[in-house]
Design a protein around this ligand. Structure first.
Ligand code: UD1
Ligand code: UDP
Length: 385
């Protein structure tokens, strides 16, 4: 259907944590470049340094910053802060649609704040489900509730879309791919020079590099101690292996990481990396051990095997394809899975076969098209159902 576009659609993107920013910045850029859309950005500041790193990498300047992060912040504290803080922003901006991303406290609270003002919500990275309310906690429920509120659902994969349909959502579902692949493809370069001083001091060529990230709430405490015990054992067992761990700024992660892993010469605990450094380091590493969601999507696109340090995942696609394996949170199991890959080149190569189920790097464009198609009818801005 051809449409004469006179009025552009006002889109307010709201995000607050590192992973949301990595996945929303490519979309913010695409919105800025789309004549059918007018974009504004509000960051909640649920994260501070780790959010600012990403904004800088993509050169995104927010129009609003709620600056919420506090040491020891609670889920209810952030939720209340987003609800309170976003109200006046929505009043001032009067967007046609608010875009939120994924499963964080920011995402759910921002969707709710928009709903309270009867503003349409588009949910980016919709439809992922672990099926367990308590894992990932509270992200699984955040994502389900955001889906209930949303008018438009941008599902990365067909199986995410199927999850939504099974829950009775009949309209407004678009399979777009994941915008994380847009970010990755724009940042990984063949002759990249790392910016982080800490990284340039590490010899990435002489040893097999295991890249570790771990921060999830449900892993704090004993699971994290088990993970660290397994990693320490791996470093002790293999002279040709080194571990790089960009440690999350949460003190509940940093303190045990330092206590258990701090002393080993081949375990490098470093500060969180800029996203360009992180993506390019992933491209150079041998194997990833992670409880992160985003890394499970990025690694298959780079052909890197991933052991997931969790008991379940809402991202089964790469497990089915064979590049991601669930290693759980028991030290013996993690050790067994990692050793199987370190000792057996065939097993490693089989897993390292690059199969990327998460998109072709054009998810942001598809989301822009879906917003324009749904909201623009004959030059009038129409609210999606
Ligand atoms: C949140 C998200 C989780 C995501 C993770 C990404 C929810 C419910 N969870 O985790 O899905 O995987 O972010 O990293 O929204 N901190 C800093 N500087 C920063 C960021 C964090 O100092 O830039 C410290 C602060 O002390 C903060 C703590 O980390 O209080 C925890 O941050 P928070 O966003 O509450 O973490 P999670 O909820 O665990
Ligand atoms: N990341 C980063 N620097 C780091 C660690 C991770 O830029 O030091 C990126 C990573 O590549 C991915 C995102 O941050 O794009 C994942 O964020 P995180 O693990 O905090 O959250 P999750 O994906 O688990 O929600």
């Amino acid at each position: 259907m051809s449409k004469s576009v006179l009025k552009s659609i006002k889109v307010l993107s709201v995000f607050g944590t590192r992973p949301e920013a990595v996945k929303m910045c490519p979309l913010v850029k695409a919105i800025q470049g789309d004549p059918r859309l007018t974009g504004a950005v509000c960051v909640t500041g649920q994260h501070r340094q780790m959010l600012d790193q990403v904004l800088k990498a993509f050169d995104v300047q927010p129009d609003y910053d709620l600056n919420l992060m506090r040491a020891g912040q609670t889920l209810s504290g952030i939720t209340a802060g987003v609800l309170e803080g976003l109200g006046p922003v929505l009043q001032a901006e009067q967007p046609d649609i608010v875009l939120v991303h994924g499963d964080t406290t920011t995402s759910f609270a921002a969707a709710l704040a928009a709903f309270y003002q009867q503003i349409s919500v588009g949910h980016v990275e919709a439809g992922l489900r672990s099926g367990n309310k308590l894992s990932p906690f509270p992200e699984e429920m955040n994502r389900c509730l955001t889906g209930r509120i949303a008018n438009l659902h941008f599902a990365p994969t067909q199986s995410n879309a199927d999850n939504l349909r099974r829950e009775g959502i009949a309209h407004g579902i678009f399979v777009t791919g994941n915008t994380v692949i847009d970010a990755l493809f724009s940042l990984v370069r063949p002759n990249y020079t790392f910016q982080a001083e800490g990284l340039n001091k590490i010899d990435l060529k002489g040893k097999r590099t295991l890249l570790l990230t771990a921060h999830r709430r449900e892993n704090l405490g004993e699971p994290l101690r088990n993970i660290f015990a397994a990693v320490l054992k791996l470093a002790e067992l293999y002279d040709d292996v080194q571990v790089i761990y960009p440690v999350h700024l949460n003190p509940a992660v940093r303190e045990p990481a330092q206590a258990q892993l701090g002393g080993h010469p081949r375990i490098h605990l470093i500060d969180p990396l800029d996203v360009q450094d992180m993506h390019n380091l992933m491209a150079h590493c041998h194997l990833m051990l992670t409880d992160s969601g985003g890394l499970q999507e990025e690694a298959p696109a780079l052909g890197k095997p991933v052991l997931v340090l969790r008991t379940e995942t809402e991202r089964p696609e790469a497990v089915e394809m064979g590049t991601v394996r669930m290693a759980g949170v028991e030290a013996a199991n993690i050790l067994r899975e990692a050793r199987a890959l370190l000792d057996d080149q065939f097993a490693y190569d089989t897993m390292a076969n690059a199969v990327n189920p998460y998109g072709d790097g054009h998810a942001s464009e598809r989301i822009c098209d879906a917003i324009a198609e749904t909201c623009l009818i004959e030059s009038e801005v129409k609210r999606p159902c």
